[in-house]
Design a protein around this ligand. Structure first.
Ligand code: CDP
Length: 273
């Protein structure tokens, strides 16, 4: 792996960030619902280069039984990074960091869920980071919340999440990996959008009271934008398509099949040679 080089500056003289974004600009985001056919609910998120899939199973019987909660379902969250998700091979055994992030994500999601409707059961949320480029705990919350909705778990709201921070003295939103590593601070947050109730707030680095207030307002705005994207992703998955849209989708499937045939054909030809 090539050693990572610390950038000379995180904010250019023109006021732009290392990837050309403005301070309050998010990375490009793509949310998809129902990406795993076998899970009860699932969703994926691409946020810049960060790519995560979340799968939900349950409510179902809980094993081991000693974890049973008599008055509500147990929300079991497993956040894991694939060995190939970072340039340095990630050791496959669950790390302390992964266990801590799993707990943080569960705590961020729980306030929106009506877990008391399923006493003694478990709701399993499995999160796999396929590619990590900063902000994985927040992106994981965005996807996991959608996967829980896709699984039909009763909830009062989707939970959007984003990290805000500081680089070269400038407040920024949705930190990438370099900003996370070389910046002056990082504040991951998650909210219930209607009430602006915080369900996650962590802080790394130091901020003045005014900076923190301003950063949190940037985070709330970003979360509200993310919430719109989450609702849109759910609508795309559930609102019945018009016949025209269905035809378009069939055409796309046909294209895919054609490509597959061509590829296989070529592969066989090479083998014959
Ligand atoms: O991902 P997030 O910012 O929520 O969590 P973090 O613990 O602050 O990690 C920041 C970033 O460091 C991750 O997103 C990864 O890109 C990177 N990282 C890594 O390169 N190798 C690890 N074993 C863990 C994290």
């Amino acid at each position: 792996m090539s050693p990572e080089i610390k950038p000379d500056f995180l904010i250019s003289p023109e006021g732009l960030r290392v990837d050309g974004r403005r301070p309050d600009e998010m990375r490009p985001i793509e949310l998809k619902v129902g990406v795993l056919k076998q899970a009860d609910g699932s969703a994926s998120i691409r946020q810049g280069k960060t790519y995560i899939i979340a799968g939900v199973y349950g409510p179902r019987e809980l094993h081991p039984r000693h974890l049973t909660l008599n008055d509500r379902a147990y929300l079991r969250v497993e956040y894991r990074m694939a060995t190939f998700s970072v340039p340095d091979r990630k050791r496959p055994a669950p790390s302390r960091r992964e266990k801590e992030i799993s707990m943080v994500i569960a705590n961020a999601l729980k306030p929106a869920l009506f877990l008391e409707e399923f006493p003694k059961a478990v709701v399993d949320v499995f999160i796999q980071v396929i590619q990590a480029d900063g902000g994985t705990r927040c992106a994981a919350i965005n996807a996991a919340s959608l996967a829980l909705a896709d699984a039909g778990i009763p909830m009062k709201s989707l939970i959007p999440s984003v990290a805000v921070g500081k680089a070269d003295g400038q407040l920024i939103v949705d930190l990438g990996d370099e900003e996370d590593k070389y910046g002056q601070g990082d504040v991951p947050m998650a909210i219930i959008p209607n009430t602006e109730e915080l369900t996650l707030l962590q802080q790394d680095g130091s901020f003045t009271r005014e900076e923190l207030q301003e950063a949190m307002q940037m985070g709330i705005n970003a979360c509200k934008y993310l919430h719109e994207l989450q609702k849109e992703a759910l609508r795309r998955a559930y609102v019945k398509k018009t016949p025209d849209e269905e035809d378009d989708e069939d055409d796309e499937d046909d294209d895919f099949d054609d490509d597959l045939e061509t590829d296989l054909g070529e592969a066989e030809l090479m083998e014959d040679e």
